[in-house]
Design a protein around this ligand. Sequence first.
Ligand SMILES: Cc1cc2nc3c(=O)[nH]c(=O)nc-3n(C[C@H](O)[C@H](O)[C@H](O)COP(=O)(O)OP(=O)(O)OC[C@H]3O[C@@H](n4cnc5c(N)ncnc54)[C@H](O)[C@@H]3O)c2cc1C
Length: 403
Amino acid sequence: MAVAESGYSDKTDDQRAITEMVRQFVDNEVLPIAEEHDHEDKFPDAVVEQMKELGLFGVTIPEEYGGMGLDLTTYAMIVEELSRGWISVSGIVNTHFIGSYLLMKFGTEEQRQELLPRMATGEIRAAFSLSEPEVGSDVQGIKGGAKQVDGGDWELNGQKMWVTNGLRSGLVFVLMKTDPNAEPAYKGMTCFITEKEPGAAENTGDYAGLTVPPQIRKMGYKGVESTELVYDGYRCSPDRVLGGEQGVGEGFVQMMDALEVGRVNVAARGVGIAQRALELALRYSQERKTFGKPIAAHQAIQFKLADMATKVEAARLLTLKSARMKDAGERSDLEAGMAKLFASETGKEVVEESFRIHGGYGYSKEYEIERLYRDAPLLLIGEGTSEIQRMVIGKKLLQRNKI
Ligand SMILES: Cc1cc2nc3c(=O)[nH]c(=O)nc-3n(C[C@H](O)[C@H](O)[C@H](O)COP(=O)(O)OP(=O)(O)OC[C@H]3O[C@@H](n4cnc5c(N)ncnc54)[C@H](O)[C@@H]3O)c2cc1C
């Protein structure tokens, strides 16, 4: 059951058309398979093939490279719809979107021409990798490194952690230390475009030196794999430095820029999961009766629904505002942080309220809310925890309001 919408919409005609198309796709193809795939932790191959046909891997890639050339705002609307169905499906496009953003903004023209057309069709899919077993929030503390050897090739060594799409992707945008003595540390970091064999645990030939250990077993966010990656003497040529020679030492800044749009993306996922939890609560509360009436007739339940719907709407507005600012070429670091913080917390809160409204059935695997309850907490962590968002927001507020 979708929540009734008013006639008013601040979407353009094109945005309405594409989000409607994605909503139908989600209702017809994603929601019906999500529970089974979640319970069996199974990758949704058929859904991904359909997403390729719909062009969803190339939403933000410019038309000249075979994509749709849509803006971040429209992308955020699409991500909300996908996440309303199953956040794992949005996770499959999320890292790919970050990879294509990195290429579009920082890649050389050769890198763009070579990779973007194949990324736009989904022929190759991308992952991105900052985190390590000992480092997540404090990105400057990574240990993985790369050094130039022989004829100028780079050799990469290090262990990466929590790489979403780490097994099935064909490209990993990976951050490595290239100057361990740099002061400050972030100036000694470089982003490499590492190629691999999709689906191979042990890479050989040109990609030898990159191993993908068995996927990490997770509480939720099933279906899409999160893996470690072990670079052990992996070689790549200098043209695999993002941005070419000029990109050496620029990796941290490039990745932080990409995380800003990644935060809008996670915010949109928070809105999507919260929206779905609200829909489930609206339906269940009108079906379930206690004390002779539907539970929706109890004021305590109505108040919950009221707070849930208000938070969903507020999270959506914050998310779209930050996306629109970025599209307008304005700085949106503060706004993206606020959107990510508020929408991910909203995702968790609204899912929990919906779970409560479902009573004992919310605890049963027969009900969709059980999956949402396990999926929602991821959004509090990925692309920077809530604590890190508050640090970003606080710092930016003081910078912008210096006395
Ligand atoms: C399912 C999943 C998928 C992921 N996918 C990817 C991916 O594709 N690519 C990738 O690179 N990473 C990925 N990550 C990693 C994710 O980005 C990190 O988990 C996240 O950044 C937090 O890092 P950490 O887990 O090392 O926590 P830590 O940094 O160790 O933090 C632990 C706790 O301390 C808090 N904390 C840390 N520093 C401070 C501080 N200065 N002040 C106050 N509190 C602080 C944190 O908020 C947190 O509560 C994924 C994670 C998960 C769970």
